[in-house]
Design a protein around this ligand. Structure first.
Ligand code: MN
Length: 320
C-alpha cells in the first residue's frame, strides 16, 4: 500500500488506456458524483472508462439524471480494466461483488474521505479532512489538467452538497470549492432541491409511520440521549433507497437526544443502521463495535436479527 495525494493518482491514471471506476453499494450522490466526474474527465483525455456500482437495482431517477451516467455499466457487465479506482468506499466490502473486480486490477486506487478507511489499494488517497470524496476527485481532475466543465462540476457538486447537508456542516474549504463549481455553470438551486429537498408524495405516509414509532431513550450515552426509529422491510421496500436515506435527517432533529439511529431492514432479518451525533459522541466508536465505520458525526453498521434484538444490542452498547 502506498499513500499518495492527487498528483500520484493523476500520474497513474495518465498512464492508463482504460479505467474501471467503482462506486459503493446503494450509491449516494457522493460516490456516484465522484465516479461520473472522474469518468468524464478521463473520457476527455481519450481513455476508455466504465463506472459501476454493486447490485442490480436501478439508480433513483435524480442520480440517473446526473451528467455522465451514460458511462455506467451494469455490475454483471463490468470488464475490469488493469487500473481500477474505488470512490467513497470505506472498505473493500462496500464494493460487495465488485470487490473481486477491484482486487483483480494491477493498479488499485482508493479515493475516499472516511476517517475509518484503513486503506485497501496499491495507492490510497484518503483525506478525512475533506467533506466529500468528490472534492478529492476535483483535485485529481485538476492534476490531470482537464478543464472543469459544467457537466463535471455538476457531478462534483452533487457529492459536495449532499455530504455537507446543503453546506450545513461544511468546512471552510468547501465554500471555496462550491464557488468554483457554481462559476463553472452548475445550477446549484436546482441540484440542491432535486437531491435534498424533494420526495414523492407517497413518502409522506412512510415517513409519518416511521416517526410515529420512534423511541427516545434519555439515559443513553451517559444521559446525552438516543432517539431511534425502525423501518421494517415491507415499509422500506415501498420506497426508493435514496428516500430511505433521508429518514435519518428527520429523526436526528430531535433536540432531546445527542445521538440518532435509524434501523432499516434491507432484507428480512438484515438491518442497515445509520448513526448520527450532534456535538459530543463519536459514533464511529459505536459503529466499529458492530463491525461498521464512517465519520465522527455520521456512521453506520449492519446487524442481523429481529427489530427487538438489533435495537436491544445498540441500547446495551450505548449504556456502557
Ligand atoms: Mn462521501
Amino acid at each position: 500500500m502506498t499513500t499518495g495525494g492527487a498528483a500520484r493518482v493523476a500520474a497513474v491514471l495518465s498512464d492508463a488506456d482504460a479505467v474501471t471506476i467503482l462506486c459503493h453499494v446503494r450509491p449516494d450522490p457522493d460516490t456516484l458524483g465522484s465516479g461520473l466526474a472522474l469518468g468524464q474527465a478521463l473520457v476527455a483525455l481519450g481513455k476508455r472508462v466504465e463506472v459501476a456500482y454493486p447490485g442490480e437495482l436501478p439508480l433513483p431517477s435524480v442520480m440517473a439524471a446526473l451528467p455522465g451516467s451514460d458511462l455506467l455499466v451494469a455490475a454483471g457487465k463490468v470488464s475490469g480494466h488493469r487500473v481500477a479506482v474505488s470512490v467513497d468506499a470505506a472498505t473493500l466490502g462496500r464494493l460487495e461483488g465488485l470487490g473481486a473486480v477491484f482486487s483483480a486490477a494491477d493498479e488499485r486506487i482508493v479515493v475516499d474521505h472516511h476517517v475509518s478507511n484503513p486503506g485497501f489499494g496499491t495507492l490510497d488517497f484518503i483525506d478525512p479532512s475533506s467533506d466529500c470524496t468528490a472534492s478529492l476527485v476535483l483535485q485529481i481532475i485538476d492534476e490531470l489538467g482537464v478543464e472543469l466543465t459544467e457537466p463535471i462540476a455538476t457531478c462534483v457538486y452533487a457529492g459536495l452538497v449532499t455530504d455537507t447537508g446543503s453546506f450545513k456542516w461544511a468546512r471552510p474549504a468547501s465554500f471555496g470549492i462550491a464557488a468554483r463549481l457554481l462559476e463553472a455553470g452548475v445550477d446549484g438551486a436546482k441540484w440542491s432541491r432535486l437531491l435534498l429537498d424533494s420526495h414523492p408524495f407517497t413518502w409522506f405516509r412512510v415517513a409519518s409511520a416511521v416517526l410515529a414509532d420512534a423511541e427516545l431513550v434519555e439515559s443513553a450515552f451517559g444521559g446525552a440521549g438516543l432517539v431511534y426509529a425502525t423501518v421494517p422491510n415491507d415499509l422500506l421496500t415501498s420506497m426508493a433507497w435514496d428516500e430511505s436515506e433521508s429518514l435519518i435527517d428527520l429523526v436526528r432533529t430531535a433536540r432531546d437526544a445527542e445521538v440518532a439511529a435509524v434501523f432499516k431492514e434491507s432484507e428480512p432479518g438484515v438491518w442497515n443502521v445509520s448513526l448520527r451525533s450532534k456535538e459530543r459522541v463519536d459514533v464511529t466508536r459505536v459503529a466499529r463495535a458492530f463491525g461498521g465505520g464512517g465519520h465522527v458525526r455520521a456512521s453506520g453498521y449492519s446487524a442481523t436479527g429481529t427489530a427487538d434484538e438489533v435495537t436491544a444490542a445498540l441500547l446495551a452498547q450505548c449504556a456502557e
